[in-house]
Design a protein around this ligand. Structure first.
Ligand code: FO1
Length: 320
């Protein structure tokens, strides 16, 4: 049996979902397909925030408070950069710098992002393939009141304070999903869309040429976990972004965004009253405590999600 559970992941929420699944599945039975549209070049280094957040979380070295970066990291390099008169607006720890330096070196040598990520993850003894959705350059851009911004300028530079009027993924029409990502979906026993931002984290994964086709071709159940709980996002700007882009800021709005792509949606106990309307629109619903705190909590939640996926699989359809 070489089938896998596939998780589609952005940053912190995606990493925590992947970590829960990694804990409850045998090594190698999980594959994570990760957003790369937040990637950017800073100080000449290729930075892949979502890949790194997933890698550090699955490797057990992520900073527990921020969710991104390395636990216990120091800022001496950034302090030295500031001494040269540069504004250290993007917080890179000393150990985190090592990741970006080695990634950039390998990319310059001609390695693909997929290869580099596999090398780094192997060194951290991570049993889960961490697969960039594409090796091609794609860059999320945000339209604010004063024009288009690069994603990290919006997210970190301006602390997500702007109303998001439009979103585009520059380069995506020329990008292609990697063979490794498409093979993982083709072999999927189920696909879990993590509770990441549906617009800027999951959006670019789904819009990468090849992915949507692979997801509609598979007979495996596709389910999503709502990142919106009680009308709010646990982390990040998802709620405000959904609102300014005209979506319903609720688990029902998330179900609408994913539409036919998903068979099921996991929503939090706080949103139990939304279940009937989501089911009436054709999406099966599981209601549970969806807040993933510590490792044990993530594992508990992942088991519940897998149980829900089982109940949605085609083999179960006859008995529903
Ligand atoms: N997010 C912040 O809000 N401020 C930061 O200074 C910051 C630094 C950072 C460094 C490395 C890394 O991998 C992630 C970092 N993030 C930071 C998070 C990241 O920019 C966003 O969470 C993602 O791009 C959105 O998924």
């Amino acid at each position: 049996n070489n089938r896998v559970i596939v998780v589609l992941a952005g940053g912190v929420g995606g990493a925590r979902m992947a970590h829960g699944l990694q804990q409850v599945l045998p090594p190698g039975r999980l594959a994570a397909i990760v957003n790369t549209a937040d990637d950017f070049v800073h100080y000449g280094l290729h930075i892949s925030p979502d890949l790194d957040t997933v890698m550090y979380t699955l490797g057990g070295v992520a900073d527990p408070v921020n969710g991104w970066g390395v636990a216990g990291d120091t800022r001496r390099t950034l302090d030295a950069i500031a001494r040269y008169g540069r504004d250290p607006w993007f917080l890179l720890g000393d150990q985190d710098f090592a990741t970006h330096i080695l990634r950039t070196e390998r990319l310059r040598e001609g390695a693909s992002l997929t290869e580099v990520t596999a090398e780094l993850a192997a060194a951290l003894a991570i049993p889960t393939p961490i697969l960039p959705v594409t090796d091609d350059p794609v860059a999320t851009q945000i339209r604010a009141a004063d024009g288009w911004l690069e994603f990290q300028d919006y997210f970190v530079g301006r602390r997500q304070a702007d109303d998001v009027l439009d979103v585009r993924f520059s380069g995506i029409e020329r990008a292609m999903a990697t063979p490794a990502a498409l093979q993982a979906i083709a072999r999927a026993e189920c696909v879990v869309v993590a509770p990441s931002n549906p617009i800027v984290s999951i959006g670019p994964i789904l819009q990468t040429p090849g992915v949507r086709e692979a997801l509609t071709d598979t007979t495996a159940p596709v389910l999503a976990v709502s990142p919106i709980i009680g009308g709010q996002a646990l982390k990040g700007p998802a709620a405000n972004m959904l609102r300014t882009l005209g979506h319903d800021v609720s688990a029902a709005g998330v179900a609408q965004i994913y539409g036919d792509l998903i068979d099921g949606l996991v929503i939090d106990n706080a949103d139990v009253e939304l279940a009937p309307q989501i089911e009436a629109a054709g999406t099966r619903v599981m209601v549970t405590n969806s807040i993933m705190g510590d490792a044990a909590d993530r594992a508990r939640f992942a088991s519940e999600v897998l149980g829900f996926a089982n109940s949605l699989s085609p083999e179960q359809a006859a008995v529903r």
